[in-house]
Design a binder for this molecule. Structure first.
Ligand code: SF4
Length: 359
């Protein structure tokens, strides 16, 4: 019998499921949920239930976190960026990154898939192909491991790890509900960010969900169709005009500012004309904030990392177009935990071996 993972449910969902499934002992469902989410333990015995009720809780529900295969840390100004490699129940591995934000606060970059089918040429994960979607509980488990096993006080969550989050909206949207659940993890929507390559069906779905304070950012990386199609195959299916339309329609609140991520690739997308094209793309979108990300060369680099002067020059061109820009500080490069570096060669090799063994 398949047990229901508690950490894939909101507090209200667990209460409802417990009422349906348990002949007795369902009255403590609210408290069990909070203990799982806030303390990282599932312990029906500690709620004064009789042995039978405890047994039925354990028969119907589960709480198992993935094993930590390894944690690699990279010291920086605000503390250590830590990449966690987690082994899922089927043996596949997912990666998450704890990023220090100063004052002992961390952002967790979570994965939504093992691998990714989007095939962005500058991305390590894209080289793996899609192995499978993560389930809602596997997404939430990344936060619970970071908080309760590594002891990191995670404040913000960004869906920017392995995978295209909106390609797995079926698990990611319920995960947003679980994260935001006031009776559980209670992470405000303004502290959650979905990052997408421009999955327009997903953007439309997200809009229908009415998560008004959620943050959304897109990976633009090129604002002309031919270059973007070369860098990001998704652009062959959805051109920039269609993406722009979907983004214009996505206005969850009056003061919403869309994040526009631009990975600066020297010699590829770093001219003044590229900066002007970014401004033209952004013009109809209302408030935007461009996050400029200096390219992190991976195992098979597309180009080199940009020099500081090149980054400054491009930022200047964007600002001349009246675009608000901030430079993303590169963290975790030495442990392959920086943007575009998840799914590194050792994980790819392990997954290939696992796939071969199963074939
Ligand atoms: S950048 Fe994101 S969407 Fe593109 S291949 Fe990598 S993980 Fe997938």
């Amino acid at each position: 019998m398949t047990k229901q993972p508690i950490h894939g449910l909101t507090n209200a969902q667990l209460v409802e499921r417990a009422r349906e499934l348990l002949p007795r002992g369902h009255g403590v469902a609210r408290r069990i949920h909070r203990t799982v989410m806030l303390q990282g333990r599932f312990d029906p015995e500690s709620f004064g239930l009789g042995p039978e009720a405890c047994e039925s809780w354990r028969a119907e529900f589960s709480f198992e976190l993935p094993e930590i295969v390894r944690v690699q840390s990279d010291e920086g100004d605000h503390g250590a960026t830590a990449k966690m490699v987690l082994r899922l129940q089927d043996g596949l591995e997912a990666e998450s990154v704890c990023i220090p934000m100063g004052r002992d606060r961390y952002t967790l970059c979570v994965s939504s898939q093992v691998g990714c089918k989007m095939g962005c040429t500058f991305c390590e994960t894209g080289r793996m192909g899609l192995l499978r979607h993560l389930t809602t509980d596997e997404i939430i488990a990344q936060l619970l491991v970071a908080r309760h096993r590594l002891g990191r006080p995670i404040r913000n969550i960004v869906f920017m790890g392995m995978g295209e989050a909106l390609d797995n909206a079926k698990s990611v949207i319920p995960a947003l509900r679980v994260l935001n659940d006031e009776a559980g993890l209670a992470i405000g929507q303004e502290r959650l960010t979905i990052c997408t390559v421009g999955h327009v069906e997903g953007i439309r779905l997200l809009r229908q969900e009415g998560l008004k304070r959620l943050n959304l950012s897109i990976s633009l990386n090129a604002a002309n169709d031919s270059l973007r199609s070369e860098l990001m195959p998704v652009s062959r299916r959805t051109d920039l005009a269609e993406l722009q339309q979907a983004l214009v329609a996505y206005k969850p609140r009056r003061n919403f500012a869309l994040g526009v991520n631009y990975c600066l690739l020297p010699g590829i997308n770093d001219t003044e004309a590229d900066a002007r094209a970014v401004a033209e793309f952004c013009m109809p979108l209302g408030r935007v904030l461009v996050n400029l990300i200096p390219y992190n060369p991976g195992s098979t680099p597309l180009t080199r990392a940009p020099h500081a002067a090149e980054v400054e020059r491009f930022i200047g061109w964007l600002r001349a177009q009246r675009l608000p820009v901030r430079q993303r500080v590169t963290k975790g490069r030495s442990v392959m935990a920086a943007c575009g570096q998840l799914g590194n060669p050792s994980v790819r090799k392990e997954h290939r071996a696992l796939r071969t063994a199963r074939a």
